[in-house]
Design a binder for this molecule. Structure first.
Ligand code: UDP
Length: 479
């Protein structure tokens, strides 16, 4: 009979930075519980990492030796490495579902010949691709949900027809769902809306369906105490383990076994940490929109003008865009860099967790991506929410509003927040009594992270429970 020491799992991840990060952090949590982890992802990740770090490919193969138990394995998604997947998402998804799925299945089958995998943990985007191979190999599937439980509940209820919904073409229609606050259609994840590209929307339709057929367990990157009602709302649909927040160990005061910069897909400009070292405590606005959003010229202009007028210091991440992609030609307003010299720094990519953990950072102007939100909560940094799309409007509406650890920019659907509105929000989180109260709430929330992750905390117990359930299922299958 298998013992806990022999447990091996495979985590299959999509190439996006916002997916790779929680994957690696979850792998680290499992490793700390003596589970062997193999991460399977696309060659694109391998290539981007190698390019960003300008290292020979042998160095990447040494990653497992830095951290004895993580094994990385890569497959081709069927497209050339320089193919613009963001611009041609339909071609990318089709290729992933056909050639990519075949390559992935071959790799997983070969891996399973040399190791007894107890479970395949899959990222939502790849869930349906895994169906055949997991059935063939008879390995149960768990699904790593990288959003709050509330967005799972809303999406699943809609796509599986659990509840009735109004006309989603009208952003002001009001909806009441079990365990969730009253929501308007404009607060829903945008992948539910009829206006969302159908091939991307289909991923969510398939995912919700797979939850009814192929998925044995759902693991959520959230904290039970953060969204008790949301967890209840989700667990009435599907059993869930709340294991978050999946952040790097150094953020919670532990030694990091993984070389953090290795998993960044763009070159990390660590010089920004030295720059922050020379700034007073709680004086810098950090601005970043994650790995996917590319700002339009108008958005860049308004943020830049608000920053200029605020007279505050700022660190702004503008990631490199692929040549020819939409919005690749954005520029700062004339004179902006000269006028903010010394108090402003623009970088193409940084180690966000390190930045958020720096005492000089006062607040985070963010698109409300879930990883960004949990990282800012873990660091105790107040948020200025600028939700863009996908799950971000829902996160802003339900989570940030309930956390009360910041402010959300006020603007109409399909419009751009005005310079004055951005300035107003900067003032609110950085000046006066209200700012002090927001900071206090942010620090209180930070305390909830430690509690959830320490031995016996809700997330720690949930991971133990997940491992136990995986072992039991494996033993039962082998009996
Ligand atoms: N990130 C980073 N450096 C940056 C900007 C972002 O390391 O300059 C990381 C951030 O720490 C987070 C991820 O990229 O883990 C973004 O994930 P999120 O879910 O917030 O947004 P997405 O990229 O999925 O839109």
């Amino acid at each position: 009979m298998a013992t806990k020491e022999e447990v091996s799992v495979m985590i299959v991840s999509n190439a996006a930075q916002g997916h790779i990060n929680p994957t690696l952090r979850f792998a680290n949590r499992l490793i700390s519980k003596n589970v062997h982890v193999t991460i399977v992802t696309t060659e694109l990740v391998q290539n981007r990492i190698l390019n960003a770090h300008n290292v020979p490919s042998t160095t990447l193969n040494q990653q497992p030796s830095q951290n004895k138990q993580i094994q990385f394995e890569f497959f081709s998604d069927g497209l050339s490495l320089d193919f613009d997947r963001e611009k041609n998402s339909e071609t990318f998804i089709n290729s992933m579902k056909t050639i990519g799925a075949k390559n992935m299945s071959t790799l997983i089958t070969n891996l399973a010949k040399v190791r007894d995998y107890y479970c395949i943990i899959v990222d939502p985007v790849l869930l349906t691709n895994i169906e055949n191979v997991s059935n063939e190999l008879n390995i149960p599937v768990a699904f790593l949900w990288m959003q709050p439980c509330a967005t799972f509940s809303i999406s699943y209820r809609y796509f599986r027809n659990v509840n009735s919904f109004p006309d989603l073409n009208n952003p002001n229609e009001i909806v009441q769902l079990p365990g969730l606050p009253l929501l308007k259609v404009r607060d829903f994840p945008t992948y539910m809306l009829p206006s969302f590209p159908p091939h991307c929307r289909q991923i969510m339709v398939d995912m919700c369906q797979a939850c009814d057929t192929n998925v044995k367990w759902v693991i959520a990157n959230t904290v039970y105490e953060w969204e008790v009602e949301g967890v209840k709302s989700m667990s009435s649909l599907s059993p869930v383990y709340t294991v978050g927040p999946l952040v790097s160990d150094f953020m919670i005061g532990k030694n990091d076994v993984t070389n953090n910069n290795m998993i960044n897909m763009w070159n990390v400009e660590d010089s920004c940490i030295d720059w922050l070292d020379n700034k007073p405590n709680s004086s810098v606005i950090y601005i970043a929109f994650g790995s996917i959003v590319v700002l339009t010229q108008k958005e860049v202009d308004n943020i830049a003008n608000a920053l200029k007028n605020s007279k505050k210091s700022f660190l702004w991440v503008i990631k490199p865009t692929l040549k020819g992609s939409e919005n690749d030609a954005t520029e700062f307003p004339k004179g902006f860099l000269e006028e903010t010299k010394g108090r402003g720094l623009v970088v193409t990519w940084c180690n966000q967790e390190k930045v958020l953990s720096h005492p000089a950072v006062a607040c985070f102007l963010s698109h409300c991506g879930w990883s960004s939100m949990i990282e800012s909560v873990t660091a105790g940094v107040p948020v200025i929410g600028y939700p863009y799309w996908l799950d971000q409007p829902t996160i802003a509406k339900i989570i940030v509003k309930q956390f009360d650890n910041g402010v959300i920019l006020n603007y109409e659907v399909n419009e751009v927040p005005s310079v004055e509105e951005i300035e107003r929000c900067i003032k609110e989180v950085m000046e006066g009594q209200e700012a002090k109260e927001i900071k206090k709430r942010a620090l209180d929330l930070k305390g909830s992270v430690k509690k959830a992750l320490e031995e016996g905390g809700s997330s720690d117990k949930s991971i133990d429970q997940f491992i136990n359930d995986v072992v039991d299922a494996h033993n039962l299958a082998k009996a």
